[in-house]
Write a protein that binds this ligand. Structure first.
Ligand code: NAP
Length: 335
């Protein structure tokens, strides 16, 4: 069973399982919304696998119970990925935290389930880039700096993953693994993209940053590699625990420059650095918080992805390829 199948990341996970002949139970918010499901039905048609759709909502207690019946593995990806929300408690924390609790409580009531994979994030490991000043971070580290007021999306992912481990520790029937991807890039299988990944790529080509982009640091990975990681962890019993899934450490300016190598002639992509003092000064006007600028601009990421290389044996796609392919799709260009 895979939650959030209509989403950007889950689309590729679904494809992997279908191409390998699996039967998938997909609980979605609206199984009658053909627009949101058509790409999944198309994937099913071109594969040896099968999809059965169900209706469920993260905020409705026990609504995943029916779809889970008979499944041996549960992959929980559903959670809003938005950085600009009106009410962080209602829009981020509740679906992330309550949703994880809801899905895992149903796992506890479903004897067939032996393995659970939760899509967490690197933001459950590190809250702000400034934390890398004390050195690289691996799976042993936890984000202990985010809150409802500071980096609420990061806080939602941290609370949700901690809840997953807490529920896991209280039982001994099923195993748990979390996939902690960095910013996911690369082509989407669905047309109606809600993920913040899409908005970031869209913004780079929109001209908003044509006078320059800040060195706002993060790490990134291709969506197809994130799907492979979920697939491997789901089907191999011995793969447990947290897995950072991240190809490269980068920043907003570098991402703009990588895309500009291919599309710079046609699109006003950022090629110059916007100095930190200027970003800090403009922050309230451009919708950023000054403490977020202070703790993230100019502080490079140092994420240790070695566990994903040795245990998952991932061979990461090149970041330039992922970024350019994603940009081409968002702006309807040929690559
Ligand atoms: P997305 O495209 O916006 O997908 C989010 C999914 O969650 C959608 O299927 C959505 O369903 C579902 N969802 C949201 N609220 C729900 C609710 N109340 N009940 C049931 N389903 C609900 O985002 P994404 O980028 O693929 O993210 C998927 C997962 O990856 C999330 O857990 C996210 O935190 C994690 N992640 C993403 C990135 C990234 O860069 N994209 C990086 C690290 C981790 P609807 O279609 O019905 O809205």
């Amino acid at each position: 069973m895979i939650t959030g199948a209509t989403g950007y990341v889950a689309g590729w996970i679904v494809k992997h399982f279908l191409d390998n002949g699996y039967t998938l139970h997909l609980p979605v918010r609206d199984p009658d919304n053909l627009k949101k499901l058509s790409h999944l039905k198309e994937l099913e048609k071109n594969s040896s696998g099968t999809i059965v759709f169900f209706k469920a909502d993260l905020l409705k207690k026990d609504s995943y119970l029916e779809s889970m019946q008979g499944c041996d593995t549960v992959i929980h990806t559903a959670s809003p990925f938005k950085t600009k929300v009106k009410d962080p408690q209602k829009d981020l924390i509740e679906p992330a935290l309550y949703g994880t609790e809801n899905v895992l409580n149903s796992v506890n009531q479903t004897p067939s389930v032996k393995k659970v994979v939760v899509t967490s994030s690197v933001v459950a490991i590190v809250g702000d880039s400034i934390e890398f000043q004390s050195g690289p971070k691996d799976e042993s580290h936890w984000n202990n700096t985010s809150s409802l007021l500071h980096q609420p999306y990061n806080y939602s992912k941290t609370l949700a993953e901690q809840k997953a481990w807490q529920i896991y520790e209280a039982q001994n029937r099923w195993e748990l693994a979390t996939i902690n991807p960095s910013l996911v890039l690369g082509p989407s299988l669905n047309e109606q993209v809600t993920s913040e990944s899409y908005n970031i790529i869209k913004q780079l080509g929109s001209g908003e940053l044509k006078f320059g982009a800040p060195k706002y640091h993060f790490a990134a990975v291709d969506v197809r590699d994130v799907a492979i990681a979920h697939f491997k962890v789901a089907i191999q019993d011995e793969l447990k625990g947290r897995f950072i899934v991240s190809a490269d450490n980068t920043n907003l300016l570098e991402l703009g420059r990588l895309i500009a190598e291919r599309f710079g002639d046609k699109y006003p992509l950022p090629q110059k650095e916007l100095p930190k003092w200027l970003v800090w000064g403009l922050a309230p006007i451009i919708g950023l918080k000054r403490d977020v600028v202070a703790k993230n601009v100019g502080h490079p990421w140092q994420l240790d992805n070695s566990k994903s290389l040795t245990e998952l044996k991932l061979e990461y796609r090149d970041l330039k390829q992922s970024a350019q392919e994603f940009f081409a799709q968002v702006y309807n260009e040929k690559i």
